[in-house]
Design a protein around this ligand. Structure first.
Ligand code: DON
Length: 587
């Protein structure tokens, strides 16, 4: 499995040579830089799981474009990264089409079933029943992934559905070597997964023991479902045998989803929400994601300060980040929801003048208390539920770019698999606000804008993002898992690149912080100095000392060679925060 010393030496030499080839042309590969990205003169795919990244890169090598690669990677991750890659969930895909110079957003978020209702997760006392919201047959929204990926391929890809699905079918049918990460995550989630007989059979051995790293996991039922999709397209999932199996599963457990819900699932192509930050255009996912709106709102607030002069991750810098985050997340709780059901004030929230008013409220020396920020709802405790979403980015030789984040919500979703169809169901219904002021799995609160309604999409924080330089060329594709923390993670990636001139590997590795208004706590990764933390405390910030890691960005950056705008390379950085992630390049 592991390369011999000689092969390793050869690999190292190749890596050094490829770096040397461009190092003299761009400071980004300055030999003194502490972190080096993967380099490609052609296309590239970066995802949380290396087998799936290679599937996407192979598609690029065979002449597919970034969209073909993204669809192939998405289906492959549904096999090799079952905790987040999925066909039973949903997500968002941002696409930049080079030739048309157009950026668009594909919304394939789950929809509430027609029989869903506002108080469906409240118990007899009127409190939220978290088990019902997160780990029951009622936790799932109507899955959007298959419809979304097929929509992207049909409208913007070049290859056939069969071509992009074949690698995933092979991986499911023949199996693949279980990674350390997969083995450990299945071990960690076994209590939930083993409660469901189908999940137990799909992800554990007949005697109930787990797969060890290096052992082969085959998923024949999933392979059959993927084959039906390859043969019949959308109808291979939303109708016929797969749909019947899914609805039979619902009916056995009094679930709400029906065949009509599956048939009525709608993909929506939306206009991304874009803002200008220090002359760069930043485009991200619009509602029903809160990501784009609030990232741009925060960038607008921060633009009023010379952040670079404050120093990266200094107390003065983190203080300004936190105060911007606090205000954006307060607004999120009130104004954000599915735009097809609630009039989300996108322009007002992303208006530079509004950001200016918010900036004026910020005392440069003292923390504001969240309870003094409107709209002020009840104090809530943070949640420690295990969570998992996944992001990947693809970039082709023609300059088309895809930034895709999709999810089952928690790690392995609701834990319930569709028996006979081989895939896990999401628990995205928990992203709705089940009761005003009651926190969801990420400690987020909300109200009317994000209340449960039939056919509505739960509010999301997923923030697939593409950044453009002042000349209008894409320079960055990024995104992350992390529930409520996604928006602030992606914000810091953008700031690391634009304000602090980091290369993508350094931007990825840098320690991150997070604040979400409620709870009134600064989450921080290790790597922020003790001096800084002491200063932040003296300014009145409360710090969460048990944060762990924040998210996992899988990003691609473009850089021009020697100032010649016609020649460029791609730099990829997979996030070390998730073992097994990787960047794969087109041959
Ligand atoms: O859409 C959302 O905001 C959440 N369902 C995302 C979940 C997530 O990121 C979990 N990953 N760590």
């Amino acid at each position: 499995m592991f390369p011999t010393p000689l092969v390793r030496l050869a690999l190292l030499a190749c890596l050094l040579l490829s770096s040397v080839a461009v190092a003299s042309e761009k400071a980004i590969l300055d030999p003194e830089a502490r972190f080096h990205p993967v380099v490609s003169r052609g296309g590239m795919v970066v995802s949380q799981e290396m087998i799936a990244s290679k599937v996407g890169a192979d598609i690029l090598t065979r002449g597919g474009n970034a969209i073909d690669a993204a669809v192939a990677t998405g289906f492959a991750l549904a096999v090799t990264l079952p905790r987040a890659g999925n066909i039973g969930g949903g997500g968002f895909m941002l696409i930049h089409l080079a030739e048309e110079d157009r950026t668009l957003a594909i919304d394939y978020r789950e929809m509430a079933p027609a029989a869903a209702y506002k108080d469906m997760f409240l118990d007899a006392e009127g409190d939220v029943d978290n088990l019902r919201a997160r780990f029951s047959i009622h936790s799932s929204g109507v899955p959007g992934t298959v419809a979304g990926l097929i929509y992207a391929l049909d409208n913007y890809g070049k290859l056939s559905l069969k071509e992009v699905l074949q690698p995933a079918i092979d991986l499911a049918r023949e199996g693949f070597e279980v990674s350390v990460d997969l083995s450990e995550s299945l071990q960690a989630r076994q209590k939930t997964l083993k409660k469901d007989p189908a999940s137990r059979a799909y992800f554990y051995k007949p005697d109930g023991s787990g797969y060890q790293p290096g052992e082969v996991l085959a998923q024949p039922d999933l392979a059959k479902t993927l084959i039906r999709i390859a043969a019949k397209g959308r109808a291979g999932f939303y109708q016929g045998e797969t749909a019947d199996l899914l609805i039979a599963q619902m009916q056995r457990n009094n679930g709400l989803m029906s065949l009509e819900d599956l048939a009525n699932y709608k993909v929506v192509e939306r206009t991304p929400v874009c803002g200008i930050y220090r002359d760069n255009k930043v485009c991200a996912m619009p509602p029903p994601s809160s990501g784009g709106v609030h990232m741009i709102q925060m960038l607008n607030i921060l633009e009023g300060w010379d952040l670079a002069s404050l120093g990266h991750n200094s107390a003065a810098y983190i203080h300004r980040l936190v105060e911007s985050m606090r205000r954006a997340y307060a607004d999120r709780s009130q104004y954000l929801g599915d735009p097809d059901f609630f009039p989300v004030p996108v322009s007002a929230l992303t208006d530079k003048a509004y950001a200016g008013q918010l900036r004026k409220q910020i005392d440069p020396m003292m923390a504001t208390r969240s309870e003094d920020i409107r709209p002020g709802l009840a104090k809530v405790a943070g949640s420690r539920e295990s969570s998992e979403t996944t992001h990947y980015s693809t970039w082709d030789q023609w300059g088309n770019v895809v930034s895709n984040t999709y999810t089952l919500n928690f790690s392995y979703g609701s834990g319930i698999s569709v028996a006979g169809a081989g895939f896990l169901l999401n628990n995205e219904m928990d992203d709705f606000s089940a009761k005003p002021g009651s926190p969801n799995g990420y400690g987020l609160v909300g109200g009317e804008a994000n209340a449960i309604e039939p056919g509505k999409r739960p509010l999301s924080s997923m923030t697939p993002t593409i950044v453009f330089n002042p000349e209008g060329q894409p320079i960055l594709a990024t995104g992350s898992p992390g529930g409520s923390t996604i928006i602030t993670i992606v914000l810091q990636m953008v700031l690391n690149i634009i304000d602090f001139d980091m290369n993508i590997a350094e931007a990825t590795a840098a320690a991150r912080i997070h604040h979400q208004w409620l709870p009134d706590t600064v989450f921080y990764e290790s790597g922020i100095s003790q001096d800084t933390l002491t200063l932040l405390r003296s300014m009145g910030h409360q710090l969460n000392d048990k944060t762990g890691v924040l998210g996992a960005t899988e990003s691609i950056q473009r850089a021009d060679l020697g100032g010649d705008k016609k020649a460029s390379v791609r730099y990829g950085a997979a996030d070390y925060r998730r073992a097994g992630s990787g960047a794969a390049v087109q041959n």
